[in-house]
Design a protein around this ligand. Structure first.
Ligand SMILES: [Zn+2]
Length: 301
């Protein structure tokens, strides 16, 4: 049987290929190619067309690299926060905004996105062998904990975040996002978050409003908290010395959720801060920058 196809009466927008033009904060509607590094977040805004009926963001869904990206209301139209995963292949492909579901869905916007390499560096670490070469029991524990972590971040809930994202700790940023790691001479998985070095016991705060989805003590991440900020945006706080929130608790931006520590696999006290956006592992530091283009303030300097 021939699958039913819907012809979409839209002007075809052809990707113009890689560009280094800085589109900066202008509205990305139509054929503007947006250039985004691996692991970065950008905001795309879609102003309502003159005379067009306003569309509820709930009736829209964005798609990029097989991931769903929910839309939200923005002054004058709708917007999405698009996260490019740290390992999305460099090259140009379309972000599409669809209206409706299933076979009834149609593409209403297309934005060519050029992903450029993150140029992540290499980090060489020496750790005690027992923290690196895991016995089978520990390996099973780690796998279970990874599933628990992913499950805690699956739901797409209504938007809770609002305005500027803040830094979770006052410490010094280590610029370790994306580092390819070589541990005891062996290549290992890349570093998926940003480390902030701070003294043990220093307060750790929620980067925006949300609901706590996970409080756990894991082999690698130690005492950990995961906060759901809505629309598929989750923040993670690892290696804490203690946690002062519980699962299901609503937290406000800047509310203290625990303290810096060195629990789990950590060579010293620091906060590992991770952000997952609709399944993409992104650099937490790019979140405030992205939201500036939505008229929101970035991280206070
Ligand atoms: Zn880390």
């Amino acid at each position: 049987m021939t699958p039913i196809r819907f012809w979409i009466a839209l002007p075809l927008l052809i990707a113009a290929g890689p560009t280094t033009a800085a589109h900066g904060q202008e509205a990305a509607s139509g054929a503007d190619v947006r250039t985004v590094r691996q692991g970065e977040v950008i905001a795309l805004t879609f102003p309502a067309r003159d005379g067009a009926q306003p569309v509820s963001p709930d009736a829209l869904v964005g798609r990029f690299q097989g991931r769903e990206v929910p839309a939200f209301s923005d002054p004058g139209g709708v917007a999405v926060l698009l996260g490019v995963d740290m390992e999305d292949a460099p090259g140009t492909s379309n972000f599409v905004l669809e209206r409706g579901a299933g076979e009834e869905s149609r593409v209403v916007e297309r934005v060519p996105i050029t992903v450029t390499p993150g140029d992540f560096g290499v980090q060489t670490l020496s750790l005690p062998d027992k923290q690196v070469d895991l016995d089978s029991e520990t390996l099973r524990r780690v796998e279970t904990e990874q599933r628990t972590m992913l499950t805690a971040m699956q739901r797409v809930t209504p938007r809770a975040w609002d305005g500027a994202f803040i830094l979770p700790s006052d410490g010094s940023i280590q610029n370790t996002f994306g580092l390819r790691r070589v541990i005891n001479g062996q290549p290992r998985r890349p570093h998926t978050g940003e480390d902030i070095s701070a003294p043990a016991g220093a307060p750790v705060s929620a980067i925006n409003h949300g609901t706590v989805r996970l409080v756990a003590d894991h082999f690698f991440s130690g005492k950990s908290v995961v906060i759901d900020h809505g629309l598929g945006l989750y923040s993670m706080y690892f290696h804490l010395s203690n946690v002062t929130v519980h699962v299901g608790e609503r937290v406000a931006k800047s509310q203290v959720i625990g303290a810096v520590g060195a629990t789990g696999r950590a060579s010293g006290p620091h906060l590992h801060w991770g952000v997952r956006l609709n399944g993409a592992r992104v650099n937490p530091l790019s979140l405030p920058t992205a939201t500036v283009s939505l008229g929101m303030r970035g991280i206070p300097q």
